[in-house]
Design a protein around this ligand. Structure first.
Ligand SMILES: Cc1ncc(C[n+]2csc(CCOP(=O)(O)OP(=O)(O)O)c2C)c(N)n1
Length: 369
């Protein structure tokens, strides 16, 4: 059974100590900055929602190491099939915060033209597949993408993220089974943050660990300290390298904790013990990495504080820029489905445009979540 937690920084309990990955000082600092930017984007997103300026947000507080350590192990040409809780991986891919906030505002800058839910990003040019709401669908998509990569022989890898709750979905079985049988170049990353909204992981599965489930699909499974960015990077790099060599998929369980609410519509104090929240606040992945960076002579407290200040400013500017953009043009509703618009759709378009601003007030109605 896979119960041992693999760690580099080694402060969150007994486990298997891994060697620190051989990265340069600059690379360590790039990882740190990416984690801080993720935190600041989430803080900004939650503030915008609380102020009523956007309708909905899904933060990833506490999962920054899991996101950044894993995304950093990919090449730019590899693909990510995300769930809704990895904004940091889009930032890592070079997506600008304003592009993400444009989706939250549903404005004309949104790649999905305001048609998706907020935080349901899609960034085709960064090989970042559109986020879907139904739990687990991205797992089967990832297996399919990886199978295509194998058939084409292009040497790329597809990495997918899922939560502990998603291990109960049909697509978990479909994705891991296809991935395993076809030895597809796929990496399955389960960020076990211990809750699927209000359901604790012990109510989700009787497996001793999520990593254990890999056995049934004939692939390696590893249980890694998800709050340790260096352990996450090392384990993901191993999995990505193996997939690229043609050895097939790996299931990585990144053991972590969702430090914030499930979404802006959730109140975790109704189902989570306060003591547990306090225990995990002390394992904050950003603070933990900062202690390691200072202890290993890579940075001092002032330099790290400057990274926080710069990221705060960056997200504030992005929000200002995004908020000034207009709503998507009404006409855009009719784009992207048909190469040539059928007559019925043309008629609807004419009728909609003839309405002018008759329904403008509806656009400002309360968000239904
Ligand atoms: C098929 C389906 N069932 C239920 C939901 C409602 N839902 C949204 S998020 C969520 C919990 C998912 O938890 P987990 O997979 O652990 O990911 P986390 O939110 O913790 O990152 C549920 C049940 C959904 N979106 N899709």
């Amino acid at each position: 059974m896979t119960t041992t937690l693999e760690t580099v920084m080694g402060t969150s309990g007994p486990g298997l100590e891994l060697a620190a990955p051989r990265l340069t000082r600059e690379q360590f600092l790039v990882l740190h900055r990416a984690m801080v930017r993720t935190r600041k984007l989430d803080e900004r997103g939650m503030k915008l929602q609380r102020q009523g300026r956007i309708g909905f947000y899904v933060p990833s507080f506490g999962e920054e190491a899991a996101q950044i350590g894993s995304a950093a192990a990919l090449d730019a040409a590899d693909w990510i099939s995300p769930s809704y809780r990895q904004p940091g991986t889009a930032l890592w891919r070079g997506v600008k915060p304003v592009e993400m906030l444009d989706n939250c505002f549903g404005n004309a800058g949104d790649a999905a033209k305001g048609r998706q839910m907020p935080v349901h990003y899609t960034f085709r040019s960064r090989n970042f597949i559109s986020i879907g709401s139904p739990i687990g669908t991205q797992i089967a998509h990832a297996a399919g993408v990886a199978m295509a990569m194998k058939i084409r022989g292009d040497g790329h890898v597809c990495l997918t993220y899922l939560g502990d709750g998603a291990t109960s979905s049909n697509d978990f079985h479909t994705g891991l089974n296809f991935g395993g049988v076809f030895k597809a170049p796929c990496v399955f990353i389960c960020i076990n943050n211990q809750y699927a909204i209000s359901l604790c992981v012990t109510g989700q599965t009787t497996s001793v660990s999520i990593a254990d489930k890999a056995v049934a699909y004939g692939m390696p499974g590893r249980r890694v300290d998800g709050n340790d960015v260096l352990a996450v990077y090392s384990a993901t790099k191993d999995a990505v390298d193996a997939a690229r060599r043609g050895e097939g998929p790996t299931l990585l369980e990144l053991f972590s904790f969702r430090m914030g609410p499930h979404s802006s519509s959730d109140d975790p104090s109704r189902y989570r013990p306060k003591a547990m929240e306090e225990e995990w606040a002390a394992k904050d992945p950003i603070q933990r990495f900062e202690k390691w960076l200072i202890a290993n002579g890579h940075a001092d407290a002032a330099a790290l504080a400057a990274v926080h200040a710069a990221a705060e400013e960056e997200m504030s500017e992005a929000a200002k820029e995004s908020e000034t953009k207009p709503a998507p043009a009404k006409d855009s509703l009719f784009d992207d489905v048909f190469a040539e618009r059928p007559a019925g759709l043309l008629k609807q378009r004419t009728a909609l445009l003839a309405e002018g601003d008759a329904h403008a007030a509806d656009m400002n109605a309360a968000f239904p979540l």
